[in-house]
Design a protein around this ligand. Structure first.
Ligand SMILES: NC(=O)c1ccc[n+]([C@@H]2O[C@H](COP(=O)([O-])OP(=O)(O)OC[C@H]3O[C@@H](n4cnc5c(N)ncnc54)[C@H](OP(=O)(O)O)[C@@H]3O)[C@@H](O)[C@H]2O)c1
Length: 258
């Protein structure tokens, strides 16, 4: 969408979500921002308001389907939503341990169910108007099952394929769907990584690339291209050849909980 004026972002309290909120903040823009940390949410909201945006905030867990849907209805009634970005997500690192059973389930709850909890109400609200754009945060990690982060990769693969399917299905309803697949972005999520992260970029730069991709209504916003090309090449290998290569990669964090 060329210039959305009413934008909702989940996971706006940190990293890429904060960078996106600040990038869209400006005079004439209504922002609806959510996250779980009230203090960080207020800080981000204040900076966006200083930039001229009209800002609504709500402390929410994206796993709380009813609370999220209720809030989205309220926001939409006040200012019809034009762009919804389902960005909130966790990894093994931000969960405070490795991908033990509990953390693996939590990753699926937040990264997959949290995304459906965001996108489904958005579709219901936008479809009668036949206007709106949905953005789903996946990852370059969605293309290969990296042994150090199985639930994370699987959750990101699920939302990518879901979003790419929705794009075709919702085209006739006048809604646009884009899936975002970043490589390594400098945020609290990657700050815990103690291995080299090729082409690591700042969150502000990632936000600019995402915004440009959304403006062009790209189906898949995947970046940086050298890392995208590498994972696509890896993903094209037969599993029997790929698995031994991936086994050499480092784990995201050492597991503390199993
Ligand atoms: N950084 C990267 O390299 C990278 C690469 C590819 C994809 N991504 C994806 O980009 C998205 C943003 O990641 P980031 O790097 O910006 O990480 P981050 O700085 O850790 O931010 C994650 C955001 O998600 C929110 N969140 C987490 N669990 C939540 C829950 N249950 N309910 C509501 N909000 C929740 C957090 O809010 P609170 O802190 O307030 O709980 C925070 O605002 C994620 O989906 C991530 O998987 C990141």
């Amino acid at each position: 969408m060329e210039n959305p004026k009413s934008i909702l972002i989940t996971g706006a309290t940190s990293g890429i979500g904060t960078a996106l909120a600040r990038s869209y903040a400006g005079s004439g823009t209504a922002l609806a921002l959510t996250g779980r940390d009230a203090d960080r949410l207020k800080t981000v909201a204040a900076r966006c308001a200083e930039a001229g945006a009209q800002v609504r905030i709500q402390v929410l867990d994206v796993r709380d389907r009813d609370a999220l849907a209720d809030w989205m209805r309220q926001v939409d009634a006040a200012c019809p939503l034009e762009l919804v970005i389902a960005n909130a997500g966790v990894s093994a690192g931000t969960g405070g341990g490795g991908e033990g059973d509990d953390q693996a389930n939590r990753i699926f709850d937040v990264n997959l169910i949290g995304v459906t909890n965001t996108i489904q109400p958005a579709i219901s609200l936008m479809a009668p108007r036949r206007r709106g754009q949905l953005a789903i945060m996946s990852s370059l990690a969605s293309f290969c099952g990296f042994p150090g982060a199985p639930a994370y990769c699987a959750s990101k693969a699920a939302v990518r394929v879901w979003g790419e399917s929705l794009r075709g299905g919702l085209h006739g309803a006048g809604l646009a769907v884009s899936v975002i697949c970043p490589g390594y972005v400098r945020t609290p999520m990657t700050a815990v990584n103690d291995f080299p992260m090729p082409f690591l970029m700042d969150a502000d730069r990632a936000a600019r690339i995402i915004r440009r991709g959304l403006r062009k209504n790209k189906a898949r916003i995947a970046f940086p291209w050298p890392l995208y090309a590498t994972v696509m090449m890896l993903a094209s290998l037969p599993p029997g050849l790929l698995a031994p290569l991936l086994r050499r990669l480092p784990e995201k964090v050492h597991s503390e909980d199993g």
